[in-house]
Design a protein. Structure first.
Length: 293
């Protein structure tokens, strides 16, 4: 929602191209997120607009709600911007989210984004899209509790472990609806994104591959300091024989070996098997402001 052009008093970088807007030059600023940009860059303004979070500067760590904007859908601007960048130029990259980005650049860009607060620096200058993927994963891993929350962690594991697909889907829908609003909206946004990645033949990242990457990140364990017993409970289980044949309960035909993936991986794969319209329902009429075109 850019306002009328204004005159720059203090030189600042353009939020789109990154070049400095010099003193006395014209610029436009978004009324909601305060993003400043050259008038010529207006058409390239990142979609969606990302309102400022509750804090002028984000904390270094916190629960997801600490980073969420004040109005729905409650998806942190960092998550939206990383996903937008990945979908803009990353859906032809092999091994998206599996191939690591340079660790130093991931840390540097995560630090820059967290310090920026509401008006985030443009990610277009990050040459390696795997670095952007790394920033998103590192942000999610750095939260004080995983996206599914510690309190609902057991319920997610129980629901994903139900053998019957229909009953499993019903149970997962119920547990998702109990998540805090920011966690629920962000999970919905990420699930729709990961589905688009899984449908890209160039990425070679199917549902199982993406679940292996995001299971530990989005689900993790039931506490910040899990006991050895808790870790053991999340380790791979042997597949169960069903209708006379060995079938992994996670995803038909996914396992070339007689063991199914860990329960956190199973949770994410089951979540990705839910209909996209279920996830879109949480983003409401505002989803067009989030999902890149």
């Amino acid at each position: 929602d850019p306002a009328a052009p204004l005159q720059v008093i203090r030189p600042e970088p353009c939020g789109v191209c990154g070049s400095r807007i010099r003193f006395g030059k014209a610029a436009v600023k978004c009324r909601q997120c305060q993003l400043l940009l050259h008038p010529k860059c207006r058409e390239r303004c990142p979609s969606p607009c990302m309102p400022r979070p509750h804090h002028h500067a984000w904390p270094r760590e916190g629960v997801l709600a600490d980073f969420a904007p004040p109005t729905p859908p409650l998806v942190p601007a960092l998550v939206v911007q990383c996903v937008t960048e990945v979908e803009t130029r990353g859906l032809t990259e092999t091994g998206l989210y599996r191939v690591p980005g340079t660790e130093q650049l991931v840390r540097e860009w995560k630090r820059r984004l967290l310090r920026a607060g509401g008006a985030l620096p443009a990610l277009g200058s990050v040459a390696d899209i795997h670095v952007v993927c790394g920033v998103l994963k590192d942000f999610l891993r750095g939260l004080k509790e995983p996206l599914v929350t510690f309190s609902l962690h057991p319920a997610f594991l129980r629901a994903a472990d139900i053998p019957d697909d229909a009953a499993c889907g019903t149970a997962l829908r119920h547990v998702v609806s109990k998540l805090p609003p920011a966690n629920r909206d962000t999970l919905a946004f990420l699930m729709l994104h990961l589905l688009r990645v899984s449908h890209s033949p160039d990425c070679k990242m199917d549902v199982l591959n993406l679940s292996r990457v995001f299971g530990p990140t989005l689900v993790g364990h039931s506490s910040a300091n899990p006991t050895p017993l808790a870790i053991m409970e999340d380790t791979p289980r042997q597949c169960k024989v069903r209708q006379g044949s060995l079938r992994c309960r996670l995803y038909p035909g996914c396992c070339p070996h007689p063991h199914s993936p860990s329960l956190p991986v199973q949770v994410v794969a089951r979540l990705l098997s839910l209909p996209p319209d279920f996830w879109r329902g949480f983003l409401g009429t505002e989803q067009e402001n989030l999902v890149p075109t």
